[in-house]
Design a protein around this ligand. Structure first.
Ligand code: HDE
Length: 716
């Protein structure tokens, strides 16, 4: 039955003006009086009701029971994966109309800011785990568009471990803490993970990324994001093109190093969520550009990999990334559980103008996420403020736990005449979603396409695209993980059946570190586990892809944090001048001294101490500066903590700077300083000077911080 919809506005289930996109709806502000949940004013919230001042508590105490039982139920079940997360509100804005590519409302109007909520996460650790393990990071974006909610639920790595969703429970069981003793927390360095991946060669490309420093981002703001799967964009004429989504961080891609990541887990387990929170609080908003790689339908089969295979990237040399819009995170959540925990992402939350491909991993996800949200948050998860669309919504779904809406009337079915035919269907061609009418013809099979069979070429491409220091870090990561594996056959299998098929150099390096000689390779290059020999890369295939390396990334220093080591007698002007120079670039600095309070400068003034040394650690800073002042430097030289601070920062390849007498502390920390320390020198991130050159010195130090790390120091 066809009938016209009534006034669209009244179709909005929550009765609010659908034009107002205010995501702070339902924020509860404390009232003047403490009451029970029933509104009864409470006279005493300090003492439970007892039979006599020293007597037992009475069951009759309804206020006590309501308060405690509610407390007992405060947690919702943590996510089975991606449990540890942090999130923020913001907006997305397209640079120019993309109507030739997609009819999605979000891509139409460059003057429009579409609200978003973005949640970042680690995968393996539980909710209370540290922020910095070696792990993939989730990068999930909820767009509240005019046509409905669109979720782009991606990661910071562009490929995945498996090709078919049916393997996901196996992968996760293997990587999570082992079931008999719940060890290790938030780590892949254990037998079950390596056992599984060694028998699953399709994981090889992803393993390369996870063993690289990509799995140790410096902050959420300095990591890339990827939709991973191939999706479709559909324009108003119904034309479909394939697309891969990218998020390119405006602050550049920067990472930590492994030793540092492990130490941060102890020194500041909240390192990345703190960085996100604080940067938004001070107005330094994290930003990413949305990139699209577009492939015309007719080009679907022109690559030597399958576009539907989620273990493959499209190298940027083959299809450039077109930057089409900006994502800005500018508001912290008001409440962690209500927003960051209860946000419910689902790749099946899609809008007209975007559609799925047949990637078997994506297809499986379309089932999994709605199921998990119903279990985790409840069948009415979509009604919660953080999940609710900002456009009108109305349907005949009813009842279930925690129903938030009071549906009026007796009509909860379609078609109907008693409700005037409402809510009515939207004819195709308007803002309704209709699936792309892809032609399908196939036998019902449980099979992998042979075009998914090459598990090694792109792993080799990744290796070949790395700089020397990146290769060292990757080999060290494989070695670290395998040295934690107790089962010799698993270690051997990873080395001989995975790594040896990627690059001899990698296998040799890892083999040496783990004390196993690389077995002679099968001359046909066939891995014993693979059903089919891996197809040889086509002639003229790409040898390396520059976009995969983090080596040459230079960026502004906004948000970087510099430690300034001081004691009484410090040259206060140098400390203050450097702080000002850093602040002018948007960087942060902290004066550190043995005790909180102040230090006396050489000029007899008070300099505020911003962090006491026991609360500081080199690993939570990006660079270190030692100002001059003979008395101050003498005190620092006598402090093993101060010497170790510089030594460790240097070991982690960070910029290290000292002025005047400050250079003595660098020498004590075994930092190579030039023989003539009074002249400006800036070599491999070690910046020293004396005399009158402070301005040039500060500039050189700022340039060095923009390089982030100087790993070539370790390669010398
Ligand atoms: Fe997920 N994934 N996943 N995943 N995933 C979940 O949903 C799942 C996959 C990703 O911040 C769960 O709400 C299956 C790929 C992110 O809330 C669950 C498969 C990618 C987040 C789930 C995958 C992701 C999740 C757990 C294989 C990158 C966190 C809790 C087919 C493109 C979202 C939840 C947030 C969360 C299932 C593979 C990204 C169980 C079955 C590939 C960023 O539904």
């Amino acid at each position: 039955m066809k009938s016209k919809p009534r006034d669209k506005r009244s179709a909005n289930g929550n009765g609010s003006d659908p034009k107002v996109q205010d995501l702070s709806r339902d924020v509860a502000v404390p009232g003047d009086h403490l009451t029970t949940n029933q509104g009864l004013r409470v006279a005493d919230d300090q003492n439970s009701l007892k039979a006599g001042v020293r007597g037992p508590t009475l069951l009759e105490d309804f206020h006590f029971r309501e308060k405690i039982t509610h407390f007992d139920h405060e947690r919702i079940p943590e996510r089975v994966v991606h449990a540890r997360g942090a999130a923020a509100h913001g907006y997305f804005q397209v640079f120019e109309p993309l109507t030739e590519l997609s009819k999605a409302a979000i891509f139409r109007d460059p003057s429009k800011q579409t609200p978003v909520f973005v949640r970042f996460s680690t995968v393996a650790g539980s909710r209370g785990s540290a922020d910095t393990p070696r792990d993939v990071r989730g990068f999930a974006v909820k767009f509240y568009t005019d046509d409905g909610v669109w979720d782009l639920v991606g990661n910071n790595i562009p490929v995945f471990f498996i090709q078919d969703a049916i393997k996901f429970p196996d992968l996760i069981h293997a990587v999570k803490p082992e079931p008999h003793n719940e060890i290790p927390q938030a780590a892949s360095a254990h037998d079950t993970f390596w056992d599984f991946v060694s028998l699953t060669p399709e994981s090889m490309h992803m393993l390369m990324w996870v063993m690289s420093d990509r799995a140790l981002p410096r902050s959420f703001a300095t990591m890339e994001g990827f939709g991973i799967h191939t999706f479709r964009l559909i324009n108003a004429k119904g034309k479909s093109r394939f697309v891969k989504f990218h998020w390119k961080p405006v602050k550049g891609v920067h990472s930590l190093v492994w030793d540092e990541s492990q130490k941060i887990a102890g020194k500041d387990a909240d390192f990345q969520r703190r960085d996100l929170w604080e940067s938004i609080e001070r107005g330094d908003f994290p930003e990413w550009e949305l990139g699209l790689q577009i492939v015309e339908e007719r080009d679907e089969h022109k690559f030597d990999f399958d576009l539907l295979d989620p273990t493959k990237i499209i190298p940027e040399e083959l299809v450039p990334v077109r930057r089409v819009g900006i994502l800005v995170l500018n508001r912290n959540p008001d409440n962690y559980i209500a927003e960051t925990e209860q946000v419910a992402f689902h790749p099946g939350h899609i809008v007209p103008g975007i559609d799925f491909s047949n990637d078997p991993l994506l297809q499986g996800r379309l089932f999994s996420y709605i199921d998990t949200q119903i279990k985790r948050v409840g069948p009415n998860f979509a009604q919660l403020p953080i999940n609710r669309p900002t456009c009108p919504f109305s349907n005949n779904q009813r009842d279930a736990e925690s129903q938030q809406l009071v549906h009026k009337g007796r009509v909860a079915y379609f078609p109907n005449s008693l409700g005037g035919g409402c809510p009515a269907q939207t004819p195709e061609g308007l803002a309704a979603f209709s699936s792309f009418a892809e032609r399908m013809d196939g036998a019902k099979v449980r099979q992998r396409s042979p075009s998914f069979g090459d598990h090694f070429s792109q792993a080799t491409l990744f290796w070949n695209s790395m700089s020397d220091w990146e290769k060292e870090h990757i080999a060290a990561a494989f070695s670290f993980e395998l040295n934690m594996v107790e089962t010799q056959t698993v270690r051997e299998r990873v080395l001989n059946e995975l790594l040896a098929n990627v690059a001899d150099e990698l296998a040799e390096k890892v083999g040496m570190n783990i004390g196993i000689a690389v077995a002679r390779r099968d001359p046909k290059g066939i891995t014993p586990e693979a059903a089919e020999p891996p197809p040889k890369p086509k002639k003229g295939a790409l040898k390396a892809s520059a976009a995969l390396s983090m080596d040459k990334v230079v960026s502004g220093i906004k948000g970087r944090k510099v430690a300034i080591l001081t004691a009484d007698g410090v040259d206060g002007k140098q400390a203050a001048d450097l702080k000002a120079a850093l602040a002018a670039e948007g960087a942060l600095s902290e004066v550190i001294a043995r005790f909180a309070g102040t230090v006396k400068t050489a000029a007899g003034k008070d300099l505020a101490v911003e962090r006491a040394a026991p609360n500081a650690a080199s690993v939570i800073y990006d660079a270190v500066f030692v100002p001059g002042g003979a008395e101050s430097v003498e005190a620092l030289l006598a402090s093993p903590m101060a010497v170790q601070f510089v030594e460790e920062a240097y070991m982690h390849a960070k910029p290290v700077a000292a002025f005047g007498e400050g250079t003595q502390l660098l020498t004590a920390a075994k930092v190579k300083v030039p023989p003539e320390t009074s002249r400006l020198s800036s070599e491999q991130g070690v910046v020293t000077a004396g005399g009158r050159e402070f301005g040039a010195f500060a500039k050189a130090f700022i340039n060095a911080i923009g390089r982030h790390r100087f790993f070539e120091r370790q390669m010398l």
